[in-house]
Design a protein around this ligand. Sequence first.
Ligand SMILES: O=C(O)CCC(=O)C(=O)O
Ligand SMILES: [Fe+2]
Length: 281
Amino acid sequence: MFSYKFTSQNNIAEIRKKIRIYGIVHLPHFINSETLKILNGEFDRVLTASSKAVFSQKKHPINEKGRTARFSPWHKDALTDFPALSNLFRNDRMREMAEDYFSPHKIDFNDEVFITHEKPCEKPILPWHFDRVQSLKFWINLTDTTKENGAFEYCPGTHWEGHYRAGFHLSQGGAVENIPNDIDPDLVRNPVSIELKAGDLLIFDPDGFHRGGIVQPGQERRVLRGHTHPKGQRRYGDKPLSSGWWLRSFLNLNKWAGHASTRILGDKIQDQTINRNQNKS
Ligand SMILES: O=C(O)CCC(=O)C(=O)O
Ligand SMILES: [Fe+2]
């Protein structure tokens, strides 16, 4: 069994405390081996089969031979087409953890499940970043996963930095999509490569800095993750006259305030963190 300072018992108060401190919590043995077998079968089907509960099937954006799918466990066909996957991400215990974490704010509990199958590739699965859209993620590897399989990596404690970086950008009148989120490599602190047993549950705040590792020749990585969003939180588009739309307009005085609303940084030490759309590496 793998154990980390952010490993926890299945206890709501302890889970909340570990996510608050580290941005991440590890719950060993969340799924039994019988269910894992069924989930592995549904995993293969969800990437290719046609079902109205699956709303996207694509190549992985970076992992050249990798596949991805997006699935709604709440769609009316979900329970019939993918019963184990749907039941897993409709799980009441998971919901309790998510509600406790965001309380008193309302949530859209696992409104999307993102499924990825990564294959050997020289590039990391994803670069160091934090997510632009706010969420809490429930992550499960369907096979035992080590560094060789491209294990997920996370910098414990950096979720506070990502949280304030995102808030700063938005209050300066930037859009969610344009948040500079691919972290300057010099600013990555104390990364941990999170090796897991199949069926362990990882819950993380993606405001923390994270990336996917490198899948070595002859290896693969099979991942399920449920995305829980705070209800009504800004996404990529801003509707005309919404609060986000006003913040982005010239009426936002922060746009004119220069260094009255920022700290000064010399040109030679500037933060090199860039937005994903500008990242050509
Ligand atoms: O695939 C990975 O290891 C990184 C995943 C990631 O960036 C995310 O789930 O937000
Ligand atoms: Fe991410």
